[in-house]
Ligand binder design. Structure first.
Ligand SMILES: Nc1ncnc2c1ncn2[C@@H]1O[C@H](COP(=O)(O)OP(=O)(O)OP(=O)(O)O)[C@@H](O)[C@H]1O
Length: 521
């Protein structure tokens, strides 16, 4: 039998449909017994002649014309397929506004194959006959995809193929998504009033990745594993009844890569970043609003948490005392009326803790919260206890392993005769990755000089390390001298105090003897 193409089947199907339509029009001219007969066998014949099933996926669905998630996922899935498959393509600009994505043009059909099953997708649109304008999206132009497959493949298509398409489409969308860096400005509003803090965003384009992050390999692997486990943990978090969130505390001296780590995490997980500047947040109410407004799959960062606010709880203590004092004075109205509190209040430690603990339970989606600090010892233990900050990561000075990552990134070298000396110096000297990196920046673009330049960079680094080592040892000597001086002074003071005490005791004894014996020695 001659094989028919999809298009030919379509034509045949249309012919059958036309015959059935004609029959419906003229059925009253047939006797009733014959009507039934014709209908049953006509349908059988049409099914036999045209064994294909059509499924339509509209762009907007429901009464409120909501954009269909399935339509978007199919669009992504097909754009991936059609770039190599379809003959007529349309181009869209996406991502950083620099890349083009090709997708199939309207009325174009492409073939897909899945588990040995062949199927056809087509992109279609209909435009209304009237020129009326509608506020509803999709009411003016209706776009839809049509999937056609053989009825014998119904099980495969509805069972696994469609969910495969949706999953793939969502994954492609995540890849193509232009990620955002949000920050809360809180600038000046009308007449100098501070406007309430809101999120504004720019494209997130930080290039840092775990590959470029200078840090112990084992530690990096552990963090990546933790992040993957978290991002795949929807079912797990639901099972244990916890909000799908994870807290990271990054601590270490300035320039050890805390911000770089946040960027690497965001790039690794494909998450947005919310840079939360607590000093511009007026109060807990505003903090709550800002946090609720954050989207799924995001990292919320509070940098330098120790400097951001009085988070040690001292202010709260003071407030509480003030409130208690007022209550004790028998203030008939509440010591701090709600309005007063609202006017005065600022973000408090307990406010922040509440939000970290509870706010996202209601939101469902995944959130990571990161605190960074240069002084972990200054933080209130309540803020960083496990469960709130699940993982504490120390960002430390650059050691040899971290240096090798920087040398690869900055100089494109894996080894060099000077590495040995650098390795020894790095083990003895505390230098931040930022300072090491500064020395590894090539000064010229001239390829001919590159080898020489690399050597110059490494020698500069050696000099910088030696200077840092000398300074550190001078500082250590100075510290030791000051410490000894302080100890000596304390010792002298203690001795003086002791001798004064002894004199006082002696005087007391003498006075008693005079009193008891009336004797003066
Ligand atoms: N571990 C690192 N790996 C790669 N680059 C680093 C690392 N640490 C620092 N750098 C480089 O130094 C610069 C400053 O680092 P970064 O801002 O991440 O440090 P930080 O610890 O967040 O500092 P601060 O506490 O002052 O905010 C970065 O732009 C990056 O180029």
């Amino acid at each position: 039998m001659m094989m028919m193409k999809g298009e030919q089947w379509s034509n045949l199907g249309s012919t059958m449909a036309a015959i059935m339509f004609a029959y419906a029009m003229f059925r009253q001219y047939f006797p009733p017994q014959l009507q039934d007969y014709i209908f049953r066998y006509g349908k059988k014949l049409s099914n036999f002649m045209y064994p294909y099933v059509h499924v339509t996926f509209d762009e907007f669905i429901g009464e409120r014309m909501k954009k269909s998630e399935a339509f978007s996922a199919i669009q992504n899935y097909l754009s991936d397929k059609s770039s190599s498959n379809a003959k007529r393509l349309k181009a869209d600009v996406v991502k950083d506004s620099q890349s083009l994505v090709l997708s199939m043009d309207y009325n174009e059909e492409i073939t897909d194959e899945f588990n040995g099953v062949k199927l056809w997708w087509s992109a279609n649109r209909t435009t209304p006959k009237t020129q009326q304008f509608s506020f509803y999206p999709g009411a003016d132009e209706k776009r839809f995809y049509t999937l056609k497959f053989h009825k014998r493949d119904r099980q495969v298509i509805t069972g696994i193929y469609l969910s495969h398409v949706l999953k793939q489409g969502k994954a492609i969308a995540a890849d193509n998504r232009q990620r955002k860096l949000y920050s809360n400005g809180g600038g000046q509003g009308w007449l100098g009033h501070r406007s309430s803090s809101t999120w504004t965003h720019v494209a997130f384009e930080h290039p840092a990745t775990f590959d470029t992050l200078a840090m112990d390999e084992k530690k990096k692997r552990e963090i990546k594993k933790d992040l993957v486990k978290f991002s795949n943990g929807k079912a797990y978090y639901a099972k244990i009844g916890k909000a799908w969130k994870r807290g990271y505390l990054l601590y270490g001296p300035p320039g050890t890569g805390k911000s770089t780590m946040v960027a690497a995490m965001a790039n690794f997980l494909n998450y947005d970043v919310y840079d939360l500047e607590l000093t511009t947040v007026k109060n807990n109410v505003e903090l709550r609003r800002l946090l609720i407004e954050t989207s799924n799959k995001s990292i919320i960062v509070i940098e330098d948490i120790d400097c951001s606010l009085d988070l040690t709880g001292q202010r709260e203590e003071k407030k509480k005392k003030k409130k208690d004092d007022k209550n004790e004075e028998g203030d008939p109205i509440s010591a701090m009326s709600k309005n007063e509190e609202r006017k005065e209040s600022e973000v408090t430690l307990s406010g922040l803790l509440n939000f970290i603990d509870g706010i996202w339970s209601a939101c469902g989606g995944e959130r990571i919260i990161v605190f960074t600090t240069n002084h972990v010892e200054k933080l209130d233990p309540a803020l960083i206890r496990r469960g709130r900050m699940d993982k504490h990561i120390e960002m430390s000075y650059c050691r040899f392993e971290a240096f090798k990552v920087l040398a690869k990134n900055y100089l494109d070298i894996d080894s060099h005769p000077l590495f040995g000396e650098i390795g020894n110096l790095l083990e003895e000297t505390d230098m931040t990755p930022a300072d090491v990196a500064e020395n590894l920046m090539l000064k010229s673009d001239d390829d001919d000089d590159e080898e020489e330049e690399v050597e110059t960079c490494l020698k500069n680094l050696i000099e910088a390390l030696k200077t840092a080592k000398e300074e550190a040892s001078k500082k250590a000597e100075e510290d030791a001298r000051l410490k000894a001086e302080k100890e000596q002074k304390e010792k002298e003071a203690a001795e003086k105090e002791q001798s004064v005490k002894e004199d006082v005791t002696q005087d007391a004894v003498s006075a008693k003897e005079v009193k008891d014996n009336g004797v003066i020695h």
